[in-house]
Structures are given as structure tokens and as C-alpha cells.
Write a protein that binds this ligand. Structure first.
Ligand SMILES: Cc1cc2nc3c(=O)[nH]c(=O)nc-3n(C[C@H](O)[C@H](O)[C@H](O)COP(=O)(O)OP(=O)(O)OC[C@H]3O[C@@H](n4cnc5c(N)ncnc54)[C@H](O)[C@@H]3O)c2cc1C
Length: 392
């Protein structure tokens, strides 16, 4: 059963997020969009937010370090929706471990957690981490990654290229997925922590996107990038015991519900603009048609939110949530696109003018179907699981 109540702590957190959202996230997101440039890491807002304990809302935690009932995933989806409501681009631009957190928590040794979490304990200056799987020729088909990892003495040497990696440019470190044996497919995958400034981490550059401008998506090259043995996440034993790719899948299952909730946040923002418009045009000849569109948006937003909460609650209960996380992600991204489209329709020409907010949401929402596995890929995962086959 899904308990729909929010605890007092989370309620109080949402009050902070709303204030921050209204005063900073939305204005900064709009400013970044107009400038066509991400909000720089030294922007004073990031320091203020970091000192308040606010970062990227993915709802992942170090399970080995928490006791008692776990609520991080549920809290994560609730906060993720709220932050994305104010600005999804800004919610990813926020400092924090982001997608780099789950592999470190899930696979990292105590020594690695100690070393790589250390910068994030400094609350004076904001810090970022990143997660790099995608390559120019390997997106949905993650088994096709080519970045190679070769053992060299007591360390490793990485060669390859990664693309469209969120926050990579400003990250203290990036979890980079590479292969020790391409012919072994996913079993050959290894995750390495590549720290900022490591020689061979080169050609870091921005990719320009149609929306979500507030954070950087970066591409980079690894050229004879030499790493100490400690930077292989989990150490060699981890991979001898489990296939490397399982670590990546666990990362995705942990973060998909929050990414889905972000899509719901964008949909809700579009809904609010549309609702205000409908209210202000009650005497319009097509007012009833507009209200019906609004009702369609509201219904789907509610359903999407419940799927996100269900997937998160399973994660908190440490129960398998692969199908539910994929359902939440596929459904939320699709209905968020539909909702922003309906908002554009309801506003008419006001929906497409670049002075209006809905036009930005329409551009922002598209990538939600692509990040963390496209809609088609989620459907493949769900379909295979429903008939008892492995996800891919
Ligand atoms: C804003 C943004 C942020 C991102 N951040 C990160 C990040 O931080 N780290 C990271 O590693 N990556 C990141 N990515 C990359 C993202 O994970 C990939 O774009 C995504 O996995 C899709 O890969 P692709 O773009 O290569 O598309 P492709 O895999 O080439 O897919 C192209 C099209 O084909 C479809 N398709 C592919 N395979 C199948 C199939 N078997 N059956 C049916 N249809 C199929 C897809 O659904 C899609 O419509 C980000 C991308 C974006 C847009």
C-alpha cells in the first residue's frame, strides 16, 4: 500500500524548496535559457544552497550507513518533483553527487567512500560529481561501450570518449564506465573514479541543447588516462563476484524514479500556467474544450506521480523495482510531453512566444524521454520482465 502522507520533516523541507524555487531556481533557469549558457559553478546561489544542505535531489543514500526505516527514495522523488517544478535544468545544476552517488554507494569499498566523499563534507564550497556511460556510438545499447581499461602495473589506463555527461565539466570526479574485454559484453564493464585534473582527461567541451540550459552537458576524451588501483570502484573482487553491468543497472533503478518525478514537476509547471489561463478566459467560446484539456493533464499528472512514489517506496523497502522504475520513467516522460503540448495549445499563440514560460517548458521536457534510458528502451525492459526474461 502507498502511504500518501508526507512527514513533518519533508513538509518543512518542501517549504524551503518552494522558497528557493520561487526566488532562485526559476529566475536562474529562465536567465540561463535566455543567455544560452549554463549557470557557472561559482555563482553565489550554489554556495548558499549548498550551505543550506540542498543539492541534487536523487534520493539515493549510502545504505550501509543508514539505520531504521529508509525513506530516502520517497523523499528524493518528492523533492525532485518540487525542484523540477521550479526549474528542471537548475535542479540538475545543483551541487551534489548526482548520478555519481549510486555507483559509489552501491559498489564502493569503505576506503573509496572515505576518499571520494571527503570533498562533499566540505559545506563551505559546493562540489559536484558525474556519471559517464554514454559514448558517441553507445547510448541505449550500453553494452557497446568502447572506452577501454587496461591493467598497467598496479594501476589502470583508460582510453576512449564520453558524450553528453551532465555536470562533468564542474565535477570533482566522474564515475567513468569502461570495458576490460569488449567481447565479454556487460561482464567486461568496470567503473572507475576519474578525478578532475587527472592527466589524460582531456577535450572537455559543452554540448548545446534545446532546453535544460541551466546545466552543462559535456563531452570529453580519455587519452592514456592513468589511474591508481584504488579508483576501480569496488576493487577487482567486486567484479569477480558479480557482472560489472549489474552495478550500472542498480544505479539506474535507484535514480529513475526521481528522474521520472522531475518530468512530473515540469508537467505540473505547465499545468499551472494553463490553469491560470483557463481561469482568466472563462468566457472564451472554447472554454469548455480548454477545461477538458486541463482535466486530462491533471489526471495524468496524478497517475504519473503515483507510479514514481510506488517505484521509490519499493527502493526504500529494498525490494526489486526495475519494472516499476521503468514504468514510472516511461509514463512520466510521455505524459509530461503531452502536458506541455496541451499547455501550448491552451495558450494558443501565447504558448509559442519565447517571452512566455510554456515555450521553455516545451523545450525542456523533450530530453526527459531520453535521459536515463529512452521511452522505447523502458518499454523493452518492461515487456521482457513481464514475461520473465532478463531486462536485456
Ligand atoms: C540532457 C541529457 C543529459 C544526459 N546526461 C547523461 C549523463 O549524465 N551520463 C550519461 O552517461 N549519459 C547521459 N545522457 C545520454 C543519454 O543517456 C543517452 O542520450 C540515451 O541513453 C540515449 O542514447 P543515444 O542518445 O545514443 O540514442 P540512441 O541509443 O542512439 O537512440 C536513438 C533512438 O533509437 C531508439 N532506440 C535505441 N535502441 C532501440 C531499441 N533496441 N528498440 C527500439 N528503439 C530503440 C531510442 O529510443 C531513440 O529514440 C544524457 C542525455 C541528455 C539528452
Amino acid at each position: 500500500m502507498i502511504d500518501l502522507a508526507l512527514d513533518a520533516d519533508l513538509d518543512a523541507r518542501l517549504v524551503d524548496v518552494r522558497r528557493l524555487g520561487r526566488d532562485h531556481l526559476r529566475p536562474l533557469g529562465i536567465e540561463a535559457d535566455r543567455n544560452g549558457a549554463p549557470v557557472p559553478p561559482d555563482h553565489p546561489f550554489f554556495t548558499t544552497a549548498w550551505r543550506m544542505g540542498l543539492g541534487q535531489p536523487l534520493g539515493v543514500e549510502d545504505r550501509t550507513a543508514t539505520r531504521g526505516p529508509r525513506t530516502a527514495a520517497r523523499r528524493g522523488v518528492v523533492v525532485a518533483e518540487e525542484m523540477a517544478y521550479w526549474d528542471r535544468g537548475m535542479s540538475v545544476a545543483m551541487p551534489g553527487l548526482g548520478l555519481g552517488g549510486p555507483p559509489l554507494f552501491g559498489m564502493g569499498t569503505p576506503e573509496q567512500k572515505e576518499q571520494f566523499l571527503a570533498p562533499f563534507r566540505d559545506r563551505e564550497r559546493p562540489h559536484w560529481a558525474a556519471f559517464a556511460m554514454t559514448e558517441p556510438d553507445a547510448g541505449s545499447d550500453v553494452a557497446a561501450i568502447r572506452t577501454s581499461a587496461v591493467r598497467d602495473g598496479d594501476g589502470w589506463v583508460l582510453n576512449g570518449a564520453k558524450t553528453f555527461i551532465s555536470n562533468a565539466m564542474r565535477a570533482d570526479w566522474i564515475v567513468v564506465w569502461a570495458t576490460v574485454d569488449r567481447s565479454a559484453g556487460r561482464a567486461g564493464h568496470r567503473a572507475f573514479v576519474v578525478e578532475h585534473g587527472t592527466p589524460g582527461l582531456e577535450d572537455m567541451r559543452h554540448e548545446h541543447k534545446m532546453g535544460l540550459v541551466a546545466y552543462e552537458s559535456s563531452s570529453f576524451t580519455l587519452r592514456d588516462c592513468r589511474l591508481p588501483a584504488l579508483n576501480l570502484l569496488g576493487g577487482e573482487r567486486h567484479y569477480a563476484e558479480r557482472a560489472g553491468f549489474k552495478g550500472a543497472m542498480r544505479s539506474f533503478n535507484a535514480t529513475r524514479p526521481a528522474i521520472a518525478a522531475m518530468a512530473i514537476g515540469i508537467a505540473r509547471a505547465a499545468y499551472d500556467v494553463a490553469r491560470d489561463h483557463v481561469r482568466a478566459h472563462a468566457g472564451h467560446p472554447r472554454a469548455q474544450r480548454m477545461r477538458e484539456k486541463l482535466a486530462r493533464m491533471a489526471r495524468k499528472i496524478e497517475a504519473g506521480r503515483l507510479l514514481c512514489w510506488r517505484a521509490a517506496d519499493l527502493a526504500d523497502a529494498e525490494r526489486p523495482n526495475e519494472v516499476e522504475a521503468s514504468m514510472a520513467k516511461a509514463f512520466a516522460a510521455a505524459i509530461a510531453q503531452e502536458a506541455t503540448g496541451l499547455a501550448v495549445e491552451i495558450l494558443g499563440d501565447g504558448g509559442v512566444t519565447s517571452d512566455g514560460y510554456v515555450e521553455k517548458l516545451y523545450r525542456d521536457v523533450k530530453a526527459m524521454d531520453i535521459v536515463e534510458g529512452t521511452g522505447q528502451v523502458q518499454h523493452i525492459v518492461i515487456a521482457r520482465r513481464l514475461v520473465g526474461l532478463p531486462a536485456t
